[in-house]
Design a binder for this molecule. Structure first.
Ligand code: FMN
Length: 434
């Protein structure tokens, strides 16, 4: 095992630039390479601790979920009942279907063993004996990588019966979805694993009480779980010091749209958005101005390009400026972007992906798409913006799952923040169609 300064869980040891989940070590997806860099060391440490102490370490680290809602991970684990009256499950969410989100697949491709190690530690902490990784159907290449990595982990005695000579056993399975965004919603995901249509469930009861097959279940995102080995290895205090105090650690920022170097960048939470766009993603082609940025995947409220100065990328800072961290997927749009087309594209996605279970979402997403299509065809009127807001308001908060909000927010907040630009576009499109 390498020493702590080069250990893969804290590559280069510099708290300003830690690479926790993507340490960039060549061939790390191979178990021998992973182990020779210290991999599975945290699992060995964890099984020597009391399960409650493992959960407590994660709780004290301040780790928050990376799947969209930034919910405190350790706290979520404590919702799982103690005792073994019923089987308990962990479902790792690798559905990654939100437009603008493509960060989890980097972990699946370049560091799958750290995810598996995290799953084993989390399972140990919660008394889980069966863990699933739910992966979107289109991620076939990544499914194969995971299958290989899991087979290696079984062969090395990390997964299966009595792991590392302990009396703790856990099996890990990969479950492929069929390519539906709704199956990323945690209860839709569980329905899908159970072999049913991915219809979200009414909550409460929450998954920790009534999850897979009616049993206690925890659902966590890939990036969330991949952070766990580093926390156990280095301790909660180490992790808590990285990045923003209330949302610590690194985040994977997937940057797309009008930037010179789109990609995934692992940076401390709280990094300036302008730093991410201009320094890491290479700025905007042709040095154009930015019109709009969606900071956390397509469902999050957008920010105006002229209000990006000083915006920090963590859950609390983004709340202050009226948006949210979501999946950390930063979508950059330059000054020439037609916002009506952007909204139409987004609305079409949510209309297509609505499961149809709740009337406001099923009907409302269709109406938003129709109105935006009309604008794009040059038949829109400025009053249509008010109509869109009314439809969005009728969806928001009125559905079983948050897909309704995800569909309503981009429309509602883009209109709120770009009304003048949208009115001008509608008039321009109407003129050119005349
Ligand atoms: C429509 C919809 C789609 C979602 N898709 C994903 C997804 O692809 N991956 C993910 O981790 N979370 C997704 N979520 C959030 C999950 O429901 C859940 O909160 C998350 O997986 C919990 O993990 P975390 O606590 O580690 O963030 C989605 C939520 C909604 C409403």
């Amino acid at each position: 095992m390498s020493d702590s300064t080069t250990h893969l869980y804290a590559q280069n040891g510099d708290p300003a630039f830690p690479k926790i989940v993507l340490p960039g070590i060549p061939n790390l997806a191979q178990i021998d390479v992973y182990e020779s860099n210290g991999g599975y060391g945290a699992l060995k440490k964890a099984v020597g601790m009391q399960p409650e102490a493992v959960t407590d370490e994660v709780k004290r680290s301040g780790l928050r979920g990376r799947g969209g809602a930034a919910f405190p991970t350790g706290l979520k684990w404590t919702f799982m009942p103690k005792g073994n009256e019923k089987p308990k499950y962990l479902a790792v969410n690798a559905d990654e279907s939100e437009p603008g989100s493509f960060k989890d697949r980097q972990i699946l491709e370049f560091n799958p063993h750290q995810l598996i190690e995290g799953i084993l530690i989390a399972s140990y902490a919660m008394g889980v004996k069966t863990a699933y990784i739910y992966i979107r159907g289109e991620y076939y290449k990544w499914f194969r990588i995971l299958e290989t990595a899991i087979a290696e982990a079984y062969a090395h005695g990390f997964v299966g019966e009595n792991i590392l000579g302990s009396n703790y056993s856990v099996n890990v399975y990969v479950h492929r979805g069929a390519g539906a965004y709704i199956c990323g919603e945690e209860s839709g995901l569980m329905e899908s694993i159970e072999g049913k249509r991915g219809y979200p469930r009414v909550k409460p009861p929450f998954p920790a009480q009534n999850g897979l097959w009616g049993n206690p279940t925890t659902i966590n995102n890939v990036e969330t779980i991949a952070n766990v080995p580093a926390i156990i290895w280095n301790g909660a205090e180490w992790f808590a010091k990285i990045g923003a105090q209330k949302h610590p650690g690194t985040l994977l920022f997937g940057v797309s749209g009008h930037v010179n170097k789109p990609g995934v960048f692992e940076l401390p939470s709280g990094t300036l958005l302008t730093d991410i766009i201009y320094n890491y993603a290479g700025g905007v082609p042709g040095n154009k101005k930015i019109k709009m940025v969606i900071p956390g995947g397509s469902s999050m409220p957008p920010l105006r390009g002229d209000q990006l100065e000083g915006v920090r990328m963590d859950a609390e800072s983004l709340k202050v400026v009226g948006s949210a961290i979501g999946t950390g997927g930063v979508i950059v749009m330059d000054e020439d972007t037609e916002l009506t087309n952007v909204l139409l594209r987004i609305a079409r996605f949510y209309w297509h992906e609505s499961c149809g279970q709740c009337t406001p979402c099923r009907e409302g997403t269709g109406w938003m798409k129709k109105i935006l299509q009309r604008m794009s065809d040059g038949e829109g009127k400025p009053e249509d913006l008010d109509l869109l807001v009314r439809v969005a308001n009728n969806i928001e908060g009125n559905t079983i799952c948050a897909l309704g909000d995800a569909a309503a927010w981009p429309v509602k907040f883009t209109i709120q923040r770009f009304r003048k630009e949208l009115e001008e576009e509608i008039m321009r499109q109407a003129k050119s169609a005349a």
